[in-house]
Design a protein around this ligand. Structure first.
Ligand SMILES: *Cc1c(COP(=O)(O)O)cnc(C)c1O
Length: 391
């Protein structure tokens, strides 16, 4: 099949919910990918933060193949080793008490919302189910997480939207303004991803944690994009000096296989009991084995390198002084680049992809999420393409 045949097949049978670039990707190694015709691409997108250790990492391939050859699935009615081992690694490295596994980011955030509502119901009874979220946030595509998403453009077509969410500006005064006796939690991203790679202010995050503790609201952190090493620590909250009551993760956890979940603190240990929550595929042994390989690769040295590579990339982009790009921002390898001048971020992304560099957009700007294991050579190749394509 060539590119045109693939494109025709896809557009005939796949629902047109994605504005795809006119490119197919066939295979790759690390941050170097190839299309069907053999053209090379440097990957600064990692499948939207999913391919955390790049394509076809030998440890990941081995873990997935070995587990697939043993047992692909059995259900949560039985114990399996990979899930239990993964749970321990995650809890120990995050400093949390226990974990629930599911399959995607939206589903992980649904779990956070259920956890907060049941925590509050068990303690205070009905009437305290509202979750405060922040303006410009993104929490997913299910009905609840779409409603939780603090961007009006998402609140269309699919009426009726569920109750129980209020939106605040990302300041303490903003949160106080929408507070009330019906609130059980605040849900936020520490670095807003889809909204434009916007890190929260440390002072605000600290004050918010204090406010949540005072009011017995759960502090819920959505680390679906910022988690699993993306910002240079396993979770971004570890750089903010807070311990959330619960934190969701997904994208990067299993290095390309669908997996999500949420970690909870000791305080929430007895909230979600047998029968109150579940998932058919959650903690699937192949995905869990893949995640163990990812966490093995993302050791402390690899995480320190994420910070260095992020700083290098930002410095080099700013030094290029291209007329269409401005300042950079972000944490680790979660980077936003200001777009200025006539061409939109979508046009710049299309030009870069055409020249062989995969990038993302967020809000009005460019977003870079390279594999965390990207090499210096691949970074330099990507930067050279950027200079060439945007000069
Ligand atoms: C991508 C994302 C989600 C949704 O994850 P899915 O796996 O697509 O359901 C939720 N929250 C944040 C912060 C995300 O970046």
């Amino acid at each position: 099949m060539d590119h045109q045949e693939l494109k025709a097949l896809d557009s005939t049978y796949v629902m047109p919910t994605y504005a795809r670039f006119d490119v197919d990707i066939d295979h790759g190694r690390g941050a170097t990918l190839y299309d069907l015709a053999g053209k090379e691409y440097i990957d600064f997108s990692s499948g939207i933060g999913v391919n955390s250790i790049g394509a076809a990492h030998p440890k990941w391939v081995d873990a997935v193949a070995t587990q697939a050859a043993r047992l692909g699935h059995i259900s949560n009615l039985f114990y399996t080793q990979p899930g239990a081992r993964l749970a321990r690694v995650l809890c120990e490295r995050a400093g949390m008490a226990d974990v629930f596994f599911c399959n995607s980011g939206a589903e992980a955030n649904e779990g956070l919302i259920k956890l907060a509502r049941k925590y509050s119901f068990d303690k205070y009874g009905k009437g305290r189910g509202t979750v405060i979220t922040l303006r410009n946030s993104f929490h997913g595509r299910t009905m609840n997480t779409l409603t939780a998403t603090g961007q009006d453009v998402f609140h269309n077509y699919f009426f009726p939207f569920p109750d129980g969410f209020r939106y605040a500006q990302p300041t303490l005064a903003g949160v106080e303004e929408v507070a009330g006796h019906d609130v059980c939690a605040v849900l936020l991203e520490l670095v807003q991803g889809e909204g434009g790679v916007l890190p929260m202010e440390r002072g605000f995050v600290h004050d918010l944690a204090v406010l949540c503790a005072e009011r017995d609201w759960l502090l819920l952190v959505d680390e679906v994009q910022s988690g699993i090493g993306r910002t240079g620590t396993l979770f971004a909250f570890q750089q903010y000096g807070i311990l959330p009551d619960a934190v969701s993760f997904a994208k990067g956890i299993a290095g390309g296989l669908p997996m999500g979940g949420f970690l909870a603190s000791e305080k929430c240990r007895d909230v979600l009991t047998a029968g109150t929550h579940g998932s058919t595929f959650g903690g699937n042994p192949v995905c869990a084995a893949a995640a163990l390989a990812v966490l093995d690769v993302l050791n402390e040295d690899a995480l320190a390198a994420v910070k260095e590579k992020g700083a290098y990339l930002r410095e080099r982009i700013e030094a290029m002084d291209l007329p269409c790009l401005g300042a950079t921002r972000g944490l680790g390898l979660m980077i936003g680049v200001d777009v200025k001048g006539e061409r939109s971020n979508k046009e710049l992304a299309a030009a870069l992809i055409e020249h062989g560099l995969l990038v993302l957009t967020a809000g009005p700007d460019l977003r870079l999420l390279p594999p965390l294991t990207i090499t210096r050579e691949e970074l330099d190749k990507g930067l050279a393409i950027m200079a060439q394509a945007l000069k």
